[in-house]
Design a binder for this molecule. Sequence first.
Ligand code: CO
Length: 209
Amino acid sequence: MEHEFSALFKKNKIWAKRMVEQDPDFFNRLKHQQKPQFLWIGCSDSRVPSDQITGTDPGEMFVHRNIANMVHHSDINILSVLQYSIEVLKVRHIIVCGHYSCGGVKASLEVIDHGLIDNWIRPIKQIYEDHADDFEGLSEAETVDKLCEWNVREQVVNIGRSTSVQKAWREGQQLAVHGVIYSIGDGKLIDLECSISDPGQISDIYRIR
Ligand code: CO
């Protein structure tokens, strides 16, 4: 067990050395500031590492991950991430990234007791109900994958409805929200083409004037 943990430090040394070899000023530059253009909201799943699958370096992406890439308007964690990244870092793109075969989405389709987490993924059941027609005739695995896509689209809208995004748009800040999905089976990232960048794309009731 100790070996598994200590191995991380060995790998870290090798990585840090390699980065300096490639770019001697790399860490020095990062020490003074971060200016990421992107906020990534993804699933905690260990197979979906935001930087590796997008080829981005440290400093390029602000990251928030939780089970099933959910956006709850009472979650102080994501609300703080949104406020800080929009108001202070002034990110230009917020990316909601789901992934196929998501365990959280799969669990939301089951009628068994998973404990506390059932509360976290509860809203996905509503998304399933709202798009019931879309799942007709699909196998279990296809249903999960289709629901993973709908969940991303729904969370993109949730971001657009958030007070931080609404305020940014009110101030004329350039900010787009995108929905993408990652395929664990082949490493491909797919644009779900549900981007929003204008308050007119969100129901008027969510507007902050
Ligand atoms: Co997942």
